[in-house]
Design a protein around this ligand. Sequence first.
Ligand code: CO
Length: 139
Amino acid sequence: MANGFCGIDHIGIAVRDLAAAKAAYLALGFPVSEGEGLPERGLEVVFVDTGAGRLELLAPMRPDSEISRFLAQRGEGLHHVCVRVADLDAKLAELTAHGARLIDATPRPGAHGARVAFVHPKSAAGVLLELAEQPPNGA
Ligand code: CO
């Protein structure tokens, strides 16, 4: 652990067609999880297992989802980097105290039951940064 940070959890990749993206990674030989819907965010995701660290393929479930505008403006590709943290509430308080620009002042539900929050790219050298706290059971 480094100052409450616990390594890269996953790298998020925005895709238009989840089935096609999943098929592409399966064709490359990667294990790929079943789809998981995040209806409150308008997203459906699958995780690609790289052996250490995962790729999260994100596709919109509806035209007003949070990645629809990203796809329209920038197309498919790298969307965010997710770093695991030991204590998300403590980390958000610390970042707020340091003047970081947060998209989420309080955690929201992420995939696999994790609590997550996003840091604005303006505070992270142009990269959308997701912070994720794993649930106690490590699900
Ligand atoms: Co993510």
